[in-house]
Design a protein around this ligand. Structure first.
Ligand SMILES: [Zn+2]
Length: 133
C-alpha cells in the first residue's frame, strides 16, 4: 500500500519509523542499493510497518508499539524492527529531536481500552468508500 494513505498520528508515526530505519540502514546495510536512504530490506520493512499502521485496530488512539498488547508484527519483521529501533532510538535525539521527544512522550501515554471494531484507518476508509457507492 502507499503510505500516503496514512493520516494524522499514524502518518506521523510512519515518518518517525522511516527516519529511524534510515539511521539504522546508513550504518548497517549495503550503501550502493538505497532508494530514499533505504536498502530494499529496510524499504520492505517500512512498507510492512505502513500496512500495520493502516490496519492498527486502535486507529488514531494507537499506543506505542513496544507496549501494545496486540502483537501484530510477525516474529521476523518484529525482530528486525526492534533491532533497528534499539540502534536508532538514541541517535534520533540528534537527527530528529522533535520526533524523538514526541516518541518519548507517546511512551508515557496510557494504553487505551480495547478498541471497538472497525477503528482502524483501513476499516474506516473502506466504510467511507462503501457509503459513497
Ligand atoms: Zn537497510
Amino acid at each position: 500500500m502507499s503510505h500516503s494513505l496514512l493520516t494524522g498520528r499514524l502518518a506521523k508515526e510512519h515518518k518517525t519509523i522511516k527516519h529511524m530505519l534510515q539511521i539504522y540502514c546508513s550504518s548497517h546495510c549495503q550503501p550502493d542499493l538505497r532508494t530514499n536512504g533505504l536498502c530494499p530490506d529496510c524499504l520492505s520493512l517500512l512498507n510492512y510497518a505502513a500496512q500495520k499502521l493502516d490496519r492498527c485496530p486502535y486507529g488514531e488512539s494507537k499506543p506505542d508499539c513496544a507496549r501494545c498488547p496486540i502483537h501484530c508484527y510477525k516474529p521476523e519483521p518484529r525482530q528486525q524492527a526492534r533491532q533497528a529501533m534499539i540502534y536508532s532510538g538514541p541517535r534520533m535525539l540528534y537527527r530528529h529531536p522533535i520526533e524523538a521527544i514526541q516518541h518519548l512522550l507517546d511512551k508515557r501515554r496510557p494504553i487505551p481500552e480495547k478498541p471497538p471494531a472497525g477503528a482502524s484507518q483501513y476499516a474506516r476508509r473502506k466504510a467511507a468508500e462503501k457509503q459513497k457507492q
